[in-house]
Ligand binder design. Structure first.
Ligand SMILES: Cc1cc2nc3c(=O)[nH]c(=O)nc-3n(C[C@H](O)[C@H](O)[C@H](O)COP(=O)(O)OP(=O)(O)OC[C@H]3O[C@@H](n4cnc5c(N)ncnc54)[C@H](O)[C@@H]3O)c2cc1C
Length: 394
C-alpha cells in the first residue's frame, strides 16, 4: 500500500464535493464569466455543507481537517469543471490565523467564519510598485495609541469586495531601521465591515478571467491594535509559512484542472470522427494527452507529499514550490492538449474548454511566477547564487 493514494483518501469528501458541483454545471460558470460576476450560489453551497470550514478546529465550529483534506476539496472542485478561486483564500489564509493568531482573535472570528456569517477571502500582499519583491512593499501601519493607521495601496487583492476580513501585510518599521532584512513587516486581520469610503477604497480590475480581483487603497484607515497577528515586525515569516499552504492548495487546483482537461479531451478524442475514424485512434492526438496524463500524475505525487509534510508541522518550502511549479505546468499542458484535440470547437464557449484554458494560465504567474520558483530551487536546493532581490550575486 502506498503512503498516500490521492484517489482513495478522503473519498467521502470527493464524493460530497462532486455532488455539490453537479448543481453548478458549465452554463452557470459561462454566464458568470460573461458578466464577470461572483459565484455567490456556489460559495454558499460549499459553506452550507461545511467544506470551507474544513480546516477550522472543531472547538470553533469547523471540521478540524488537515491541509491534505482542503487540497482534496479544491482539487475536486476543479476536476468537476468548477472554480474554487472565489473561495480558496479562506483555506490558505487559515494557517496564518491558526498558527499565529491569538486565542482572542480565534474566538472572535473563527466561529463566524465556520458558520458562514463572516468571510475571510481577501489576502493583501502584492503592491503595484514592488511586485514579487514583497520586502519592498510600501503600505505602512503606524501605531497610534491603541490603534494602527494604515496608508498605501495593494493590487490584485482578489475577492476584497466579497470578504468581511482581509489578511494584510504592511510595514511597521521602515526598512532601513529594521533589525534584519526580513523584519519590519506585520500581518493584520483587518475587519473591512463599515470601512468602505471610510479609510478603504476598492476598485475592481477587469481581467481575462472571472476572478473578482481589485485594487485596494488605504487612506488613514484606523484599525484596533488587537488586529495585529502575532508579534509586530515578524509578519514576513508568518506569511511565508502561509504561502506554502497557498502554493500546495493552488497546485491541487491545477491537478483538478488537468484531470478535467484530460477527461474532456480524451472523451472528445474517442467520439469525434474525421476521415472515417475517431481522431483518438491517431497517435498524434493520443500522445499529447498521454504525456499530459503522465505529467499530471507526477505533479500530483509531489502535491500530496508537500501537503503531508505541511500537516506534519514541517515547513516544506521546496516541496510546496515544486508542487506549484509542476502542477501549474501539468494543467497547462493538459489544457493545451485538450484545446488542440477539440480543434475549432475548442473556441466555442459552450464546450467550456476555452474558459478553463484561460483560467488555468493564471497559475504560472500567481500566486508566484514560475521564474521565481526556479530562482528559489536553484538557490535553496542547488546552492547556486541568489538571482533575485537584495543579496543576489554580482
Ligand atoms: C488574477 C490575479 C489574482 C491575484 N490575486 C492576488 C491576491 O489575492 N493577493 C495578492 O497579494 N496578490 C495577488 N495576485 C498577485 C500575484 O501574486 C502577482 O501577480 C505575482 O506574484 C507576480 O507578481 P507581479 O505581477 O508583480 O510580477 P513582477 O514581480 O513584476 O514580475 C514580472 C515578471 O518578471 C519575472 N521576474 C521578476 N524578477 C525576476 C528575477 N529576479 N528572475 C527571473 N524572473 C524575474 C517574474 O517571474 C514575472 O514573470 C494576483 C494576480 C493576478 C493576476
Amino acid at each position: 500500500m502506498t503512503a498516500f493514494d490521492p484517489s482513495t483518501r478522503f473519498a467521502d469528501i470527493r464524493e460530497g464535493v462532486a455532488k455539490i458541483c453537479a448543481r453548478f454545471p458549465g452554463p452557470y460558470w459561462r454566464d458568470l464569466d460573461a458578466r464577470r460576476a461572483y459565484p455567490t450560489g456556489f460559495v454558499e453551497a460549499l459553506i452550507a455543507e461545511g467544506y470551507l470550514a474544513a480546516m477550522i478546529p472543531e472547538e470553533y465550529g469547523g471540521s478540524g481537517l488537515p491541509l491534505t483534506a482542503a487540497a482534496v476539496i479544491l482539487e475536486e472542485i476543479h476536476a468537476q469543471g468548477c472554480n474554487a478561486a472565489a473561495c480558496h483564500a479562506q483555506m490558505y489564509t487559515m494557517g496564518t490565523l491558526l498558527r499565529h493568531g491569538s486565542q482572542a482573535q480565534k474566538a472572535a472570528y473563527l466561529p463566524g467564519i465556520a458558520e458562514g456569517s463572516l468571510r475571510l477571502q481577501a489576502f493583501g500582499v502584492t503592491e503595484p510598485t514592488s511586485g514579487t519583491d514583497t520586502l519592498a512593499l510600501k503600505t505602512t501601519a503606524r501605531r497610534e495609541g491603541d490603534e494602527y493607521v494604515i496608508n498605501g495601496q495593494k493590487i490584485w487583492t482578489s475577492r476584497a469586495e466579497h470578504s468581511d476580513l482581509m489578511i494584510l501585510l504592511a510595514r511597521t518599521t521602515p526598512r532601513e531601521e529594521a533589525q534584519s532584512r526580513t523584519d519590519g513587516l506585520s500581518v493584520f486581520l483587518v475587519d473591512l465591515r463599515g470601512k468602505m469610503g471610510n479609510g478603504i477604497d476598492i476598485r475592481p480590475i477587469r481581467t481575462m478571467i472571472n476572478h473578482a480581483t481589485t485594487e485596494v487603497f488605504f487612506d488613514n484607515l484606523r484599525i484596533p491594535a488587537g488586529s495585529l497577528i502575532g508579534e509586530e515586525g515578524k509578519g514576513f515569516r508568518y506569511v511565508l509559512s502561509g504561502m506554502n499552504a497557498e502554493r500546495i492548495l493552488i497546485a491541487a487546483e491545477c491537478i483538478g484542472d488537468a484531470r478535467w482537461f484530460l477527461e474532456k479531451g480524451a472523451g472528445y478524442a474517442r467520439e469525434r470522427v474525421v476521415f472515417g475514424e475517431a481522431i483518438g485512434a491517431n497517435q498524434g492526438v493520443q500522445f499529447p494527452l498521454a504525456r499530459a496524463q503522465a505529467h499530471m500524475m507526477a505533479a500530483e505525487a509531489i502535491v500530496y507529499r508537500a501537503a503531508a509534510m505541511y500537516d506534519a508541522g514541517e515547513n516544506p518550502g521546496v516541496e510546496a514550490n515544486t508542487a506549484k511549479l509542476l502542477a501549474s505546468e501539468a494543467s497547462w499542458e493538459a489544457g493545451e492538449a485538450c484545446m488542440q484535440t477539440h480543434g475549432g470547437f475548442a473556441f466555442a464557449e459552450e464546450y467550456d474548454v476555452e474558459r478553463k484554458w484561460r483560467e488555468a494560465r493564471l497559475y504560472q504567474i500567481a500566486p508566484i511566477s514560475t521564474n521565481l520558483i526556479l530562482c528559489y530551487i536553484a538557490e535553496q536546493v542547488l546552492g547556486l547564487p541568489k538571482s533575485y532581490g537584495p543579496g543576489r550575486a554580482g
